[in-house]
Write a protein that binds this ligand. Structure first.
Ligand code: PMP
Length: 400
């Protein structure tokens, strides 16, 4: 039986067309080390990074490619922020950090580490049972003592989209010092991102989910409010927590001030960059919009087919437009991980189950006690027949 892959929120599969050839081509012809040699090959490999940065900058609405730091993914990007914001304690005042109750461990854990060292005080803003946090609840909680506001753009558990723009613009309108960090792991390549429009200071994303690229590469957008080499100390709050060679400023013992090198020590993931570039170039904005519409239609179809079935609970936003295309499900009497095993072994369906690295989100959605949820996440290639097969399987499990 051929497997039906419904775990695209974990990592997209299949990947963007042609990226396997891009990987082979890079390894065959371009695998040099950029910024560490004046010969043609190294310069050409450096251009791959430049082109990727340009594409990513356009994708997130960054005013300049140099504001995009290449990372191994969202987790690395968020760590650069959660640790780098409070690296220099003399500068890092205030130190109150707001998080929402839909946060992934990629945010929760680095912040918890900082809190346990007494470096920050964390305040959690609760959401409703559909996973939505009222923007006013966040905005009212931001004060002069708040250094950082962390929001998960779209929940990996149920897809619920948060009003990041309302929060970002309110911070700027009120002239508050707080920076807005957005975890766009689930939204990059899926939803329209624009750091300028939405007044986002730091935006973390992965290349292997909605961008349909390889694992191990992603990025961090850094605004001039977070770090400006020539700015006031208040605009130099993000400090580098990783240091090493950058191919320049070699006699200096500290990291260079220029973006993005300041946050990119060591040999970069050039293979990942070449393959992510191919992935980003392979998919147009129109195609992305069509995929989103297709996947949301599939979620509606799944809901129509399993909604109302005794024992099945659909978790998340009521309207599919208010979420990225994922559906979390609880079936009474079953552990979510057992359902995933049955789906895999008896029906050939691959899904993720459990707490999805976001226990706080499950507490908000009321699914912590049930051991989390089963999450169905289709991709652009998922068909109606595959969704119907999944719906039939879930109904069969619930009614057996
Ligand atoms: N945040 C969210 C909301 C996620 O879904 C994920 C991936 N599960 C991450 C952060 C971490 O992304 P990565 O594993 O690519 O670093």
């Amino acid at each position: 039986m051929e497997s039906i892959y419904l775990d695209n929120a974990c990592t997209s599969f299949p990947k963007a067309p042609g990226i396997d050839q891009a990987a082979a081509m890079f390894l065959r012809e371009q695998a040099f080390n950029p910024a560490r040699g004046g010969y043609a090959g190294a310069i050409e490999t450096g251009r791959i990074l430049d082109r990727l940065r340009e594409k990513l900058a356009k994708l997130v609405g960054s005013p300049s490619p140099g504001r995009v730091v290449l990372t191994s993914g969202s987790t690395h990007a968020i760590n650069l922020c959660a640790l780098g914001m409070f690296e220099d304690c003399a500068r890092a005042k205030p130190r109150r950090v707001l998080v929402t109750s839909m946060t992934h461990n990629a945010i929760t854990r680095p912040l918890a580490r900082q809190a346990s060292r007494g470096v920050i005080e964390i305040v959690e803003i609760p959401g409703d049972t559909q996973g939505l946090i009222e923007p006013s609840a966040i905005i009212e909680a931001i004060d002069e003592r708040t250094a950082l506001v962390c929001m998960t753009h779209a929940s990996n558990v149920c897809g619920t989209i948060q009003p990041i723009g309302e929060v970002g613009r309110a911070i700027r309108e009120r002239g508050l010092p707080a920076l807005l960090l957005v975890d766009a792991a689930q939204s990059a390549g899926v939803l329209d991102l624009n750091v300028e429009r939405d007044a986002i200071d730091l935006l973390a994303f992965s290349g292997h989910k909605g961008l349909r690229g390889p694992t191990g590469i992603g990025g961090l957008f850094v605004s001039t409010r977070a770090f400006d080499e020539k700015g006031e100390p208040s605009n130099q709050r993000l400090m580098p927590v990783l240091s090493g060679g950058t191919g320049g400023n070699t006699t200096e013992p500290i990291m260079p001030g220029g973006m993005p090198k300041r946050f990119e020590p060591g040999t970069p993931n050039t293979l990942g960059a070449a393959v992510l570039l191919a992935a980003v170039e392979a998919i147009s904005d129109d195609e992305r919009a069509r995929s989103l519409a297709h996947e949301r239609a599939l979620i509606s179809r799944l809901r129509e087919r399993i909604g109302g079935t005794a024992g099945i609970r659909l978790v998340g936003a009521d309207r599919v437009e208010d979420a990225t295309p994922v559906q979390s499900i609880v079936i009474d009497g079953y552990e979510p991980t057992d359902i995933a095993t049955i789906l895999d072994q008896s029906f050939g369906i691959a899904v993720r189950a459990g707490l999805h690295c976001a226990p706080i989100a499950h507490a908000t959605l009321g699914t912590l006690e049930s051991g989390g949820t089963v999450r169905v996440s289709p991709g652009p290639h998922t068909t109606e027949q595959e969704i119907d097969h999944c719906a039939d399987a879930l109904r069969e499990i619930a009614t057996s």
